[in-house]
Design a protein around this ligand. Structure first.
Ligand code: MN
Ligand code: MN
Length: 319
């Protein structure tokens, strides 16, 4: 507590106190700390790409997102959110994954998130490939029970196996269903598209009760009505938000490993995340940024902005 008994929260380092291209490379130039102790929300990186199936490079995603986040200012001019006036937020660094062992890595991630969640802190994850959402969901469900899921992606990520392996970036939501981590009829997959192995590749989720919104149903329109409908269907259930950057059209976000044309716009991405305001969001991630294919840095920049927008819709920002 600061003088006058008013709560004093961490603030992003301002652009008039240190040039934006200087200082420590934390998310939004927030203070760093080692654990989630005392935090309402934290940014945490998972520097992994050992679950990818095509282009690699997402191990460098968290660092690139942090670097591009240097432009972010504390107030959201469109929504009026001021998350740093309401919540204690810090960057708690990266999960020390085992880059030689994917199976050990998923257990390392679950252990790390169990520790974060013991502090009553909402984790916002900088990925990393999409494999990571499965071990994060194990920890989330251990605390909150099964959760609703808003999953924005070009891909369903519900494969039974990839190259015979159960754990990979194309399988996390199949594993999550098998483990009972999700409220299946409150799972929404948005932006799916591209080529498949069979015509019914997206139907496995539907058979479990998921709502699948292919990219073609999103073309040429605002997604605000969709989000109004999703909020009504989810109600007060705890919700996890997982955002695969490849949901965006490669014109906006080329810096990723499994690119598909005909994707969402950045405006639609904002409508989706802002449309989560009012939901009981208990965790978020932004995955699949691969900086080596991101020649302008725009993909990591968009990723950093979407993570900030996620912070802006957390319940405590509006409490
Ligand atoms: Mn994905
Ligand atoms: Mn994807």
């Amino acid at each position: 507590m600061a003088q006058g008994g008013k709560p004093h929260f961490n603030q992003p380092l301002g652009g008039n106190d240190m040039p934006r291209f200087g200082g420590a490379t934390t998310m939004m130039r927030l203070p760093a700390q080692a654990t989630a102790d005392g935090l309402d929300a934290c940014f945490v990186g998972i520097p992994m790409d050992i679950g990818t199936s095509n282009r690699t490079g997402t191990r460098h995603g968290p660092r690139a997102i942090r670097a591009e986040s240097c432009m972010l200012r504390p107030y959201n001019m469109a929504t009026g959110a001021g998350p740093f006036a309401k919540m204690q937020v810090a960057d708690i660094g990266d999960v020390p994954i085992n880059t030689f062992d994917l199976k050990k890595t998923v257990d390392i991630i679950t252990d790390a998130y169990n520790a974060i969640l013991s502090h009553d802190c909402v984790p916002l994850t900088l990925g990393g490939d999409h494999t990571l959402t499965y071990p994060v969901l194990r920890a989330i469900a251990a605390k909150h029970g099964p959760v609703a899921l808003i999953h924005i992606d070009a891909h369903a990520d519900t494969n039974e196996h990839m190259f015979g392996e159960a754990i990979a970036h194309g399988t996390p939501f199949r594993r999550a269903v098998e483990d009972g981590l999700l409220i299946n009829d409150k799972v929404f997959q948005i932006g799916l598209r591209g080529t498949g192995y069979t015509p019914d590749d997206f139907d496995w989720g539907r058979q479990q009760g998921f709502t699948v919104v292919p990219a073609e149903e999103c073309w040429h329109k605002s997604l605000t009505p969709l989000m109004n409908d999703i909020r009504a269907q989810i109600g007060s259930a705890p919700v996890y938000l997982t955002y695969d950057i490849d949901s965006l059209d490669p014109a906006f976000a080329p810096g990723t490993g499994t690119v598909e044309m005909g994707g969402l716009t950045t405006i639609q991405a904002l409508e989706i995340v802002r449309g989560c305001k009012g939901l009981n969001v208990v965790g978020c991630d932004l995955v699949e940024v691969s900086p080596q294919y991101d020649t302008s840095g725009a993909t990591a920049l968009i990723g950093s902005n979407l993570l900030y927008e996620m912070l802006c819709i957390l319940p405590k920002t509006w409490a």
